[in-house]
Design a protein around this ligand. Sequence first.
Ligand SMILES: *Cc1c(COP(=O)(O)O)cnc(C)c1O
Length: 435
Amino acid sequence: MSTPTRFTLTQADIPTHWYNVLSDVPEPLPPPLHPGTKQPITLQDMTAIFPENLVAQEMTTERWVEIPEPVREIYAMWRPTPLLRAVRLEKALQTPAHIYFKYEGDNPAGSHKPNTAVPQAYYNKEAGTKRIATETGAGQWGSALSMACKLFGLECCVYMVKVSYHQKPYRRLLMHTWGATVHGSPSGYTDYGRKVLKEDPECPGSLGMAISEAIEDTVKHPGTKYSLGSVLNHVCMHQTVIGQEAIKQMANAGEEPDVVIGCVGGGSNFSGISFPFVRGKLVEKKKTRIVAVEPSVCATLTKGELRYDFGDTAMTTPLLWMYTLGHDFIPPQIHAGGLRYHGMAPTVSHLRKLGLIDAVAYEQSKVFEAAVLFAQNEGIVPAPESAHAIRAAIDEAIAAREEGKKRVILFNLSGHGLLDLPSYEAFFSGKLHDG
Ligand SMILES: *Cc1c(COP(=O)(O)O)cnc(C)c1O
């Protein structure tokens, strides 16, 4: 075999710690504020909906946070994930670029989300939580958390954005299989959901609304805590196992990426692949370019404003310092449901403000063209969300061809698209619009 294309690690290489990028940035991140008092929120404020151990992690200034052994044992069911070199795609593009991708789709839930669902279920179990309420967009988060809750013996209740509840029945069925209860949001199960339905019975829902419902459910049910699959500091930190493994694997491949790419919805898989490389920039003064890719119809980093805003539509969450399109923004119904969020992780927003990361936005037709080209050369059918990163990686490879220079590209393939095939059908039949 001429060119090695698959770089694997052993179970012993599963990271022992998560990396907290906030410990290395030159300016502190402005803290979340209490929505009533506008003062920085306290541990007590947060423990109404989160267990104390996770709140402590959300606020920690520690650089390396130890991963509990029971979490590493479950990670070992699919980690370390492979790093692959897309040599056939390189050839198809006739590019001198080397394209590498970290593949996070090869686990039972099919995306990177179990990397945080597992520790969140673990810490809740440790804290005595009996039931977890959450929201989900396209269903990847809900399914990952359903699986993790079942593995730790917790009940799971998921408010799923209604348009996806109908468009993506297979993820709903996955959640059922893993024993969760699933409601289409806006639902008739909360005061907030009933209020929205009264005003607009056909409301397709949004992540912001589903978050409001899940939070209301949490505060009304004793023994229940709330869990979020993206955006928050601890969630982004849990995902850093991705980038830590990728650094080792790139070294085994004998290369260093010039550019690191991830798609962004709330920012967690992007954080996962990129924060360990951001450390390389901050500490070792490396020149790596780091690019976040978003959909043009929900372009939080490229078109949003950096300010304090609510994480949900009903204005119940703390105010987060982030790039936002406004908490009442309802994104068009694009097929990358996991990227339809009005805000962006405060950590990712902060790095953007400090000039440590770049951002680009693409229309979904361009994204699906890239997804199909990738599938036809590399086999894997990517999730529509992940295909945003693929689009950007392909454009980097084309730019390298035009320059006639080698460029080492690394992107995160956040999940497979085997449960998103109806979206591919819409693309093939010309029914996919750019909104
Ligand atoms: C949820 C999801 C995303 C978007 O969420 P982030 O927190 O921005 O990572 C991207 N890709 C896949 C496959 C997802 O499931």
